[in-house]
Design a protein around this ligand. Structure first.
Ligand code: UD1
Ligand code: CA
Length: 455
């Protein structure tokens, strides 16, 4: 049998007024990506060959965020979901096969669910298949009215504001995701009228129109109702974030990661964590962070876009866009900023800040330090209160410290400057800009001067 083609239309032209935001609704962030981007990522996994996004409200802004292979069409004025789908018709006239129509504001539908919808659609030889779910709180959703003499089929969908009290009490709702046979969709879509409370052309009216022609309209009822959540308000957004997070935590726990308190842990969907790593409460791990095995993270760690080796221990700290090797210890209360690279066996204690700095293996930064634009050689000890003065108010300058050096407490390294290997600075030394302290020497005072060879 010839493989049928599968297209996707994603509706994203609405304004999202209920969100009360300066950002278009579909661009609201959820687990580090926009809601729309999450919907698009799902379509990619189910073997869709062409994707068309219907844009309207702040179209240019939304368009900029889309992957290059996505087509866009403009719906000049929001006139309803049916009208929005019509806008996509002109770029799909030559297409046959099936089409998935999805709402750009429903980011929780899983790829396997969409596969089921398409599978059911083809097996039932339906012209339309609606993804539905049984929910405890149907408020805001279209209600599914089943066919009286064949409960496998749907007779129509009624929007809440147009529903009778009896219809409103129906708990089976429309997810807003459908599979249509393209030809059948185009045949009836033009017949949709806007005679309803909102004077909009509802895509949902296609169901009754297809039934009038005796076409099969099937329902694919979802086991997990949380998947269909459409994000209309900030409360929905929080709910969606919660669902996505719980899903991720379960996935991680199933793969051998300990999460001590799933109510106080947030991990973005794209994060990867190795076996036997333990996550303590109050921890947030964001972006495309990758973490090795046997780490202990938290309590209260914030981590974004970071790559971490194995056997790493981090407590009460913030790590952003950094790379850490194996057996590193950090915290409590340190801040590793963008461009920090930390090799294996480094110890970073309390109240240290690093920025665009490279700490080679075995370095110790025990207490209250700032290292900016610095390279620190192997096994060097940075004494309490050491500061790189890397910024002269106009430019940033580098500091280089050789291996096995010993930087005394309270040393100020005014960049650019260079400390040789095995050199030592006395407590309170101030190394002036342009200075080079030779290897294996001892420098003390303000400004620092060399007093002897280091034994
Ligand atoms: C819609 C469905 C409802 C379903 C619910 C699921 C209709 C008439 N109703 O209602 O049955 O239960 O989704 O979440 O379809 N959009 C456009 N152009 C428009 C109008 C909407 O592109 O003219 C887009 C929106 O940007 C949004 C999606 O379509 O991404 C859904 O629109 P929305 O207004 O949120 O529909 P609901 O009232 O939630
Ligand atoms: Ca919606």
């Amino acid at each position: 049998m010839k493989k049928q083609s599968l297209t996707a239309i994603i509706l994203a032209a609405g304004e999202g007024t209920r969100m009360k935001s300066g950002t278009p609704k579909v661009l609201q962030q959820l687990g580090g990506r926009s809601i729309l981007d999450r919907v698009l990522a799902t379509t990619k996994v189910v073997g869709v060959t062409e994707r068309v996004v219907v844009l309207g409200h702040r179209a240019e802004e939304v368009k900029k965020t889309l992957p290059k292979d996505v087509k866009t069409v403009l719906q000049p004025k929001p006139q309803g979901t049916g009208h929005a789908v019509q806008m996509a018709q002109k770029v799909l006239t030559k297409k046959t096969g099936d089409v998935l129509v999805l709402c750009g504001d429903a980011p929780l539908i899983r790829p396997q669910t969409l596969k089921r919808v398409v599978g059911d659609h083809r097996r039932m030889k339906a012209k339309a298949t609606v993804l539905t779910a049984q929910v405890a709180e149907p408020h805001g959703y279209g209600r599914i009215i089943r066919e009286r003499n064949d409960a496998r089929l749907i007779s129509r969908i009624v929007e809440e504001r147009d529903a009778t009290p009896a219809e409103r009490s129906v708990r089976e709702v429309n997810s807003g995701a459908y599979c249509f046979t393209l030809r059948a969709l185009w045949q009836v879509l033009g017949k949709v009228k806007n005679q309803n409370k909102k004077n909009e052309y509802y895509l949902t009216d296609v169901v009754a129109l297809l039934r009038k022609e005796q076409s099969i309209v099937a329902a694919c009822n979802m086991p997990e109702a949380s998947e269909i959540l459409g994000v209309n308000t900030r409360r929905d957004l929080a709910q969606a974030a919660w669902v996505l997070n719980q899903r991720k935590l379960v996935e991680l726990m199933n793969s051998g990661v300990t999460i001590w308190d799933p109510h106080q842990t947030w991990i973005d969907p794209e994060v990867r964590i190795g076996q036997d790593t333990e996550i303590y409460p109050g921890t947030r791990i964001l972006g495309k962070t990758v973490i090795g095995k046997n780490c202990r993270l938290g309590p209260d760690v914030f981590m974004d876009g970071t790559r971490i080796g194995s056997d790493v221990c981090i407590r009460y700290s913030v790590i952003e866009h950094a790379r850490l090797g194996d057996q590193v210890k950090v915290g409590p209360y340190s801040h590793l900023r963008s461009g920090t690279r930390v090799e294996a066996n480094v110890y970073i204690g309390n109240f240290a800040e690093t920025n665009r700095s490279w700490l080679k293996s075995g370095v110790k930064v025990g207490h209250v330090s700032y290292l900016g634009d610095a390279v620190v050689g192997k096994l060097t000890n940075i004494g309490a209160g050491t500061i790189t003065a890397n910024y002269d108010g106009i430019n940033k300058h580098p500091t280089q410290i050789g291996e096995r050096a010993f930087i005394g407490s309270g040393t100020v390294l005014i960049a650019p400057c260079k400390i040789g290997r095995k050199a030592l600075t006395g407590a309170g030394a101030v190394v002036k800009p342009g200075t080079r302290i030779p290897p294996e020497t001892v420098a003390v005072g303000v400004p620092a001067r060399i007093i002897k060879k280091r034994k």
